[in-house]
Design a protein around this ligand. Structure first.
Ligand code: NAD
Length: 375
């Protein structure tokens, strides 16, 4: 399923080929809410409040919340009242559910809101996630979870103390191509993946918050490299690397990258001998990932970590799935976990794990040493 063809076409019977296609089509036609048809239904969908109405909320999460069935947009936290009112009109929630960053703790008394989704710059995640937990709301925190492991710990502790669930916006766990990567890693279909490579970058010509250490926590390793780190851990069947080495790219635009790296090369050494060699940068465009075992390989050739347009090949043939709405699946899954009292597959601990690796990468780049990842 999903594999277009791994054999010579003439060796596939017409019936088998069509059967395979129609089964594939049936799977691909599944709508997000059908996947949760067996889940305990709420009388009404859980209410989500988005914190930060920037590009990701506007372009992806808001529209995705029109496709979810177990949760819906019921409020916003924004610095602009006017923007909030426009969102209330567009999404049909009451204006009483518009909060500012300073008043978000008042959500505590608002039963319309069950989940608070933090979509502000990385440096504000801890403050906003902790405020949401203290208001007694379940929390989704965007990636990277925070700037440091210590901040991740404080978010996890606040959610535990408030007895609310915490998840990270790792939407690719709900993407069929990445699910196939996880399946291959688990079942060792291609053998254990021992050689991995990744490259992710885009060209940044101005200085937004993403190039500001205080707000971003670092440069492209925080924003983009985290995808390769996470993908490599998926390919390692959930294991974290034991050791890393790293070197920062020389700065070609020091006026933009004053206190963060412009690019980074790094390697991760996994238990069992698997190695991932990767780079990330704000000075070139790339979005690729490859994992190879002794019996085969999978290569995300284009748009490896984005929402759609993935081009994925394997030693068994190309993979083809109709891209679902990853964000709708992710948010419905979290709502289902809350309603069914289940563990989320993307808990805060996964976001924290990735920060332990990022901290080791920064230390390796600064010291030139091979650095042990501290779990
Ligand atoms: P953005 O700059 O477009 O939006 C950030 C929002 O935060 C804006 O509404 C801004 O007004 C608000 N904000 C509040 N306080 C701010 C401050 N002090 N400085 C700057 N902005 C402030 O950013 P974005 O692309 O929407 O990213 C937001 C978060 O979402 C980041 O953590 C990012 O890594 C994450 N993200 C995740 C994905 C994904 O695919 N999972 C994609 C894009 C972004």
């Amino acid at each position: 399923m999903g594999y277009i063809s791994c054999m010579n076409k003439s060796s596939i019977t017409r019936r088998g080929f069509i059967g395979r296609l129609s089964l594939g089509a049936a799977v691909m036609a599944v709508r997000p809410f059908d996947l949760y048809a067996g889940a305990k239904r709420a009388d009404k969908p859980l209410g989500i409040a988005l914190v930060g109405l920037g590009k990701y909320s506007t372009g992806q999460l808001g529209p995705a919340l029109k496709q979810t069935s177990l949760c819906r947009l019921m409020g916003v936290v924004t610095g602009s009242r006017e923007k909030g009112e426009q969102w209330a009109k567009d999404y049909g929630f009451p204006v009483k559910n518009i909060y500012s960053y300073d008043t978000m703790q008042q959500m505590a008394g608002n039963p319309d809101i069950d989940i608070v989704y933090i979509v502000t710059p990385n440096g504000l995640h801890a403050t906003h996630a902790i405020a949401a937990a203290k208001a007694g709301k379940h929390v989704i925190c965007e990636k990277p979870m925070a700037r440091t492991v210590a901040e991740c710990d404080s978010i996890i502790a606040a959610c535990k103390a408030a007895k609310v669930k915490l998840s990270v916006g790792y939407r690719l766990h709900f993407d069929p191509y990445h699910k196939e990567l996880m399946r291959l890693a688990k079942e060792k279909d291609f053998g254990a993946f021992t050689t991995m490579t990744g490259d992710r970058g885009f060209i940044m010509n101005n200085k937004p918050w993403r190039a500001d250490k205080q707000l971003a926590g670092g440069g492209p390793i925080m924003d983009l490299g985290v995808y390769i780190i996470h993908g490599a851990c998926m390919a390692a069947n959930g294991a974290a690397p034991l050791w890393v080495t790293a070197s920062e790219h020389p700065k070609t635009s020091p006026e933009i990258f004053t206190d963060v790296e412009e690019g980074m090369n790094w390697t991760m050494e996994f238990p069992g001998g698997g190695i991932c060699t990767a780079q990330t940068s704000y000075r070139h465009s790339a979005d690729r990932f490859r994992a190879e075992g002794n019996k085969g390989w999978i290569e995300f050739k284009e748009h490896a970590f984005t929402y759609r347009g993935m081009v994925v090949e394997t030693s068994r043939g190309p993979l083809s799935y109709t891209p679902p709405n990853q964000q709708a699946l992710q948010m419905d899954n979290f709502a289902d976990c809350i309603l069914s009292k289940k563990e989320t597959p993307v808990p805060g601990e996964l976001g924290r794990r990735d920060l332990t690796i990022i901290e080791a990468i920064y230390e390796a780049a600064a010291t030139g040493q091979r650095v042990k990842v501290k779990p």
